[in-house]
Design a protein around this ligand. Sequence first.
Ligand code: CU
Length: 483
Amino acid sequence: MKALKLTCILIFFISCTGHSLDNNRSYQIPVSPKESIPFNTRLKIPDLLENKGKGKNNAVFELTVKKGTTEFFNKVPVITYGYNGSILGPTIRVRRGQTVTINVKNRLNEYTTVHWHGMLLPAEMDGGPHQPIAPGKNWKPVFKVNQPAATLWYHPHGLGTTAIQVYKGLAGMIILDDTNSDKLNLPKKYGIDDIPLIIQDKRFTSDGVPLYLTYMRDIMEGMKGDTVLVNGIINPYLDIKNTKYRFRLLNGSNARIYNFRLSSGKPFYIIATDCGLLEKPVKMKNLVMSPGERAEIIIDFSSYSKGDTLYLKSYDFRIIQFRINKMKNTGTSVPSALADISFLKKSDSIKNRIFQLEGVGHHVSINRKQMNINRIDEYMKINKTETWIVSSSTRGMMGMMGRMHGGGNMFHNFHAHGVHFQIIGRNGRPPLPLEKGWKDTILLEENEEVKILTKFLYKGIFMYHCHILEHEDNGMMGQFRVD
Ligand SMILES: [Cu+2]
């Protein structure tokens, strides 16, 4: 048994270190443990990372990237990566106006980077492919937070190694507060009624070992597992009171799109998207999120009774079980006004710029080019506003091949570093209420075209890319320089 476990660990490690497809591993029979594992593990809440800074305008954090072991199920220890622990990372909480210093130590035996996804900062602090941290070395980014309250995240962003390092466990949440979010009557007790949910998927063998890139489809569409994990836990539950809760949703998956809804069919309120609060809550019965996107939602449990259970679902997946076990119905209104958003003006736009996303598998491209770190693709001017026309096309051979390999919902998404943007149109229609907040990542379904306005606030070289991580690693990325 011991030998078998060791073999399994090695299989995971081998399958994770190569990018080549090996369809001959017939002994790696994937199973879906999702239905056989009961919802009896309590949701783990990532620790809040201790701020060692002096004075309220300084925040100093210690983050060590390291290897550890995690038991996903069947008590099989598996090698995983984590920040300050064996998998995922602590939540970093910062405030607008703070100067943030993060002492990052890479204690892996390989290069990594730490990218602050959604944070506006100078390019050399971004943690993209230009800031690699060698094994055993440290990196100390310092930046001032100057953007509205939001839910952001951090994850590796090495050239060609992002997907595998995220799949192995590297991801963590960032919560950004400001004076506006302080005063709103919203749930804000971290881990009590303000709950981080990092949602990811994996594929496992029957022995509980994660598999990576085992099918042609994984290469074409990106790695999608059949088992969803929340904060690293399969089928977790959360004890709650029948009042309102805030959930900070992060789609930290490599490639899976979720369509979240409640098993009761009741609506919830979306209060924030990627880069901050919406102007007002949007009442919805479902919410679609592509990889890299975040949202904050309020679920009002006041109409449920003690002993009721319900689930957050996505399609057929039950993701987390909510157990109502205490009565505390204290009136659960959601503020009707959340934030003032200063919208960019179309009349200030000095240029239309086109980003055309195409292809599947190894043939992915943006504007018919693949990532080259020695080439700058686009040049921008500081403090200027531009209109970007981002489109996703699956015309031609590659689209057809994608569909032949089980596609049919071929999609990409688009994320840019160093900027936030506002959607001004999708397929010729105006943005939906849900699309009106600041964004840094947008979903593009097949043959969609999204128009966005953006403004460059920081100088340097930044990335734009598809956030389906296997697409990104296969070259679906470009660089822009702001001068
Ligand atoms: Cu893509």
